[in-house]
Design a protein around this ligand. Structure first.
Ligand code: HSE
Length: 289
């Protein structure tokens, strides 16, 4: 049996909107079973997720290799759906890996990122889902540019509200245009964040993460928990709290020594939310056989 494992991802990290992403230690796991008459994908994720060829994993695989022989598949996924943790990117990457294996395509990691970014529209989630760790990318007129780098050692805590937020809704509140001066300022904040991360300076990077001008303020009305949680976690020693991707999950970056206390603080803040302590996933999508 072949097993495909694809990690969750957090995108943006504040000002790195549609560009920065980090792979996390939650996974979509796809077991590739025997050939069959028809495609079937078994899972326990509930009625909203198709179990036939209309599942996004199979659709993606067939869009790359239309003549694939149907197989029985089994999916396990601990990446919560529609929470801003890259569940749809993980499904797309799993579909690419499935096509790659069953059709012997010998896709390079670069080609996988290219295909996935084309499908998703931007590289921020898919690039770290394929490559692991921290990836800064740009998709420019169909060309992909990206740099993978190690992420500084820290506690990574996810505050996952029980309500879902669809990416389409969260992108729907963004403006069509930004005034030139505001865009220059927004870009300079992102530049300093990246430079600080490359120097392992999480204090400065965290300061920049919380000054995003691209998207968080427009999304604030959809994620009213961001502001109070940011104040609370900051007061308890965090470097930063950012909207994870399009939300509603908030990702908290903190010194390792503060992790345990912050988990408790966030659990007390909202007992209906899930609070997880995560690690950076260094490897990206992986095949076990
Ligand atoms: N960068 C994207 C966003 C991530 O914030 O909308 C979700 O696709």
């Amino acid at each position: 049996m072949i097993r495909i494992q694809v990690p969750a991802t957090t995108a943006n990290l504040g000002p790195g909107f549609d560009s920065c992403g980090l792979a996390l230690s939650l996974y979509l796991t796809l077991d590739v079973g025997e050939p069959a008459e028809e495609w079937r994908i078994a899972h326990d994720l509930g009625g909203g997720i198709p179990t036939d060829a209309s599942n996004v994993i199979i659709e993606t695989a067939l869009s790359i290799a239309p003549n694939l022989e149907p197989h029985h598949l089994k999916m396990l996924c601990d990446i919560p759906a529609a929470r801003g943790l890259g569940s749809s990117s993980a499904a797309v990457v799993a579909g690419i890996e499935l096509a790659n294996i069953l059709a012997n395509l010998e896709l390079t990691p670069e080609r996988k990122v290219e295909i996935a970014a084309e499908i998703e529209g931007h590289p921020d989630n898919v690039a770290p889902a394929v490559l692991g760790n921290f990836v800064v990318g740009a998709k420019l007129d169909g060309e992909d540019f990206y740099v993978r780098h190690l992420f500084p050692d820290c506690a990574l805590l996810a505050f996952i509200p029980k309500e879902v937020l669809l990416t389409s809704e969260s992108r729907g509140v963004l403006p069509d245009q930004l005034p030139y001066k505001e865009a220059v300022k927004a870009s300079s904040i992102a530049n300093v964040m990246i430079a600080a991360l490359l120097q392992n300076d999480l204090k400065l990077a965290g300061d920049m993460m919380e000054r995003d001008l691209w998207h968080e303020k427009y999304r604030a009305k959809l994620v009213p928990h961001l502001k109070p949680l940011r104040e609370l976690t900051k007061a308890n020693g965090a470097y930063a709290a950012c909207l994870s991707g399009a939300g509603p999950t908030i990702l908290i970056f903190a010194p390792k020594s503060e992790g345990e206390n912050l988990i408790q603080v966030m659990r007390n803040f909202d007992q209906t939310a899930k609070v997880l302590s995560l690690n950076v996933e260094g490897n990206g999508s992986t095949i076990f056989s």
